[in-house]
Design a protein around this ligand. Structure first.
Ligand SMILES: Cc1cc2nc3c(=O)[nH]c(=O)nc-3n(C[C@H](O)[C@H](O)[C@H](O)COP(=O)(O)OP(=O)(O)OC[C@H]3O[C@@H](n4cnc5c(N)ncnc54)[C@H](O)[C@@H]3O)c2cc1C
Ligand code: SF4
Length: 512
């Protein structure tokens, strides 16, 4: 048997690699012409694949590495030389990909066995058991086919024993969010980030990518390339995060600071999603620090991080599985506008949007709160098509793969489906002002809702609530917001609608 390793399955400890020492890897180039992918994303994936190939060869594996236009062409070439071979493939996380690839192998006279993908901490069976324990798959938590992360998270902690003291959560609480909503003082500077000098392979790949894909979106400067491309580098990034950045990850995980793209976030999602790190080892490293009396690992930071990985990441993966096909086309609010020009050009007077888009253009990364409360919140209340936004995230972020970007953008970010949350993450300027220093340097007034210079978030927010009242008024936890909607008189609504229309025009013509 030969293990077919995909580009996001690069962990050398993957179960199939323990049984077979023949490996097939196909570096397919044509797909990257379907969208103007960020050059750093393509550089990351191809470089990480080539490094994994070399490490496996050093470890004694016989690796066939095919560079081709497509998987089809790569398999044609492989099966010409290895007729009738049997492949074993970890089931890809993105919907339908496993079956599609298996059929391609069978069409070429080969065999392909799909096995569990061990890039995740929980299995399909774990999820099904949890769903059953809550009353069956169509009931979920919300009783209507929707699922709630908090219950899943606690269930996984109980089942795995992660961050548990017997039957109780370590530290006594399940959730330390209240301690994790601070903003740093003015004189704070974020802890250093790990640096990885691009080696010959990364430079060669980068040259290939920038030559071949000239219609890309995002900065191609290798000096900004911040991502580990080998397992050793990824382990170093994890260690550095735990030792240096974790304590402040806790309190500042929701904060935004002008000129700072990384803050104290772990920056580990690209390595985890490529398989260079496994979620369990990432969680264990953080929990070990908590248990070590000599380490600085406060419970609020540790719990906050564990929640992201075993709560959110696993949850999103399963909700996506359960909601596909369908989630990729969901649009319950019928939003169809083009994304504001600023998402493509980065040119806008809005400090928050300009910062967030710049971070993505420069490095293919923005941290969670910029993704949720700036980039998707603004697109949501602007009325942008959630699927254009999904495509924008997919091509622009180094950690974007269909299985993870889709539930985050279409579910969490734009409420195009309620599979992920019971209400939209929609907010006016209040949130950005509370959690960042952006508004103080912005030419827009965060305190004004209408009239000249009023912050675009404000009029759009109220207009969005009014416009989507039929769906949103009755959803969980929107009562307070609609009591404010009810307080506004006709004159206020006329001014709000006029300003919202003006903002949308400015968004269209690139003058926001
Ligand atoms: C609109 C939107 C789009 C997103 N797109 C992606 C994406 O394409 N790829 C991606 O990996 N994450 C995505 N996320 C989730 C999250 O924002 C990123 O995982 C996180 O910002 C990555 O940075 P980090 O490694 O520094 O994370 P940290 O803040 O340090 O968090 C630690 C880890 O938790 C995991 N995690 C946290 N939240 C989520 C989540 N909601 N879904 C999945 N994993 C999570 C990640 O593995 C991350 O590395 C998106 C979130 C939103 C709101
Ligand atoms: S005033 Fe409005 S546009 Fe400007 S930074 Fe604040 S929220 Fe963003």
């Amino acid at each position: 048997m030969t293990v077919w390793l995909l580009g996001d399955q690069l962990n050398p400890n993957a179960a199939p690699l323990q049984h077979d020492d023949h490996v097939l890897m196909i570096e397919a180039h044509g797909f990257a012409e379907r969208m103007p992918y960020h050059p750093q994303k393509l550089t990351l994936v191809f470089s990480a694949m080539r490094h994994a190939r070399d490490s496996l060869r050093e470890a004694g594996y016989e690796v066939t590495y095919v560079e081709a236009e497509s998987f089809g062409e790569g398999l044609d070439r492989y099966f010409e030389a290895n007729q009738g071979d049997a492949l074993v493939l970890q089931r890809p996380a993105s919907h339908g990909a496993g079956e599609r690839l298996r059929d391609m192998v069978v069409d070429r006279g080969g065999h392909c066995t799909l096995v569990d993908n061990d890039g995740f901490l929980t299995s399909h069976e774990d999820w099904d058991e949890w769903v059953d324990s809550r009353g069956g798959s169509t009931a979920g938590d919300g009783g209507d086919g929707t699922y709630r992360q908090e219950h899943w998270y606690r269930h996984v902690r109980r089942e795995t024993g992660v961050l548990m003291d017997g039957d109780d959560p370590a530290g006594g609480e399940w959730n330390y969010d209240d301690a994790n909503r601070e903003t740093p003082p003015d004189d704070w500077s974020p802890p250093r980030i790990p640096e990885f000098e691009p080696d010959a392979i990364t430079r060669e790949v980068h040259e290939f990518v920038t030559d071949r894909y000239d219609d890309h979106w995002g900065g191609a400067d290798l000096a900004d390339f911040a991502w580990p491309v080998t397992r050793e580098q990824a382990l170093h990034a994890l260690e550095q995060f735990v030792e240096v950045r974790l304590p402040e990850f806790g309190p500042y995980q929701d904060a935004m600071v002008e000129g700072e793209w990384a803050l104290s976030h772990s920056l580990l999602s690209p390595a985890i999603n490529l398989g260079l790190l496994r979620p369990r080892e990432v969680v264990d490293a953080v929990v070990d620090a908590y248990r070590d009396p000599d380490a600085d690992a406060p419970i609020n930071a540790v719990e906050g991080f564990v929640r992201q990985v075993i709560g959110w990441r696993e949850f999103m993966r399963h909700v996506y599985r359960e909601s596909m096909p369908g989630m990729d086309e969901a649009n319950q609010l019928d939003q169809t506008r083009d994304l504001p020009e600023a998402y493509w050009t980065g040119e806008t007077e809005m400090t928050c949007l300009s910062e967030a888009v710049k971070h993505v253009r420069d490095r293919g990364y923005a941290h969670h709160i910029e993704r949720l409360m700036v980039l998707s919140n603004f697109a949501l209340i602007y009325g942008a098509d959630p699927h254009e936004l999904n495509r924008w995230f997919h091509l622009g972020f180094v950690d974007a793969f269909h299985w993870v970007t889709t539930p985050n953008v279409v579910g969490m970010g734009t409420f195009a489906t309620d599979a992920v949350s019971s209400k939209p993450y929609a907010s006016s300027a209040n949130y950005v002002n509370r959690m960042s220093d952006y508004c103080s340097s912005c030419p827009y007034y965060h305190t004004k809702t209408t009239g000249e210079g009023s912050c675009p978030f404000n009029a759009l927010y109220w207009d969005f609530l009014k416009d989507n009242e039929a769906i949103l008024r009755g959803t969980g936890r929107m009562g307070l917001m609609y009591s404010h909607v009810d307080d506004k008189d006709d004159e206020e609504w006329a001014a709000i609608q006029e300003r919202a229309a003006e903002i949308r025009e400015m968004g269209d013509d690139g003058t926001l």
